[in-house]
Design a protein around this ligand. Sequence first.
Ligand SMILES: Nc1ncnc2c1ncn2[C@@H]1O[C@H](COP(=O)(O)OP(=O)(O)OP(=O)(O)O)[C@@H](O)[C@H]1O
Length: 310
Amino acid sequence: MIEVEGLTKRYGDVTAVADVSFTCAPGTVTGFLGPNGAGKSTTMRMICGLTPPTEGSATVKGVPYRRIANPGRHVGVLLDAGAQHAGRTGRETLRLTAQILGVDPARADRMLEVVGLPAKAARRRVGGYSLGMRQRLGIAQALMGDPSVLILDEPANGLDPEGIYWMRTLLRDFAGRGGTVLLSSHLLREVEAVADRFVVIAGGRIAAQGAKEELLSRHGGTRVRGEDPGALGAALTGAGLAFRTAGDGAFLVDADAGAVGRAAARAGVVLLELRQADGGGLEELFLSLTAAAAPSAPAGATGKAEEAVR
Ligand SMILES: Nc1ncnc2c1ncn2[C@@H]1O[C@H](COP(=O)(O)OP(=O)(O)OP(=O)(O)O)[C@@H](O)[C@H]1O
């Protein structure tokens, strides 16, 4: 269980995180989403006791992280895969972690296997690793203490499609065995596939949170495409229905399919598509929430989100 209550972090005039509260329950994967500079890393660092909050508190398994005895046996943390010692081999890195945590050093080889780092790669110095290999090693390191909670900042960064699929399976299995996972990402599709719950943050504030299905249905609306988009737009406006363009000639309407279909029928517009907007649901949700919640987000924030969507 991770409990975050009113976390706030100010750096001088900059409020990096403002009054953020959420809970991650055992047996679930929580996707922590937000554009660059939204405050994800700062929040995770506060949860892990690396950055002192200006206000608020965070506990892991009911205790502030810094008060957990031998925290690596309870909480696996990957905040910065680039922070590993470049001069050590992957295997040395894990064996050292085993020593620090007081676990069987043989677990290092098992974890290397779990994360798909072959023996040859494990004998190479970390300085020569690709980002994806560092991420795999970082995940192996987080798993060394056999924790029941995982806190991972952008773990999919640098992973190839096979690696992303592997990580998704690993995290689902971990949660399936009762583990708690908090994972940040702007790889929206990846989070959509792995998470049960979302916490969306923008401009340091929570923009939305809840179960995946609930958020997608609340923000999904109806997707509709007409033979004559102009006439369909006029029909929707005439019926007082709010909508936005989906980019491929379709509209996303904040109403159920019945209301949209009736509006089109009244105007005599031929429909080519009418369904619940679920396909790109999370991307739509993410972009609309972060755009609405972060008018003062740093330049490039939205750009990064859009880039990730592509
Ligand atoms: N040590 C610091 N001093 C001053 N400002 C900081 C510091 N750390 C973070 N910030 C600011 O706090 C805000 C949130 O940053 P943070 O790194 O938490 O965002 P993020 O969501 O993790 O972004 P990214 O996806 O780019 O990693 C940013 O505006 C950042 O510039």
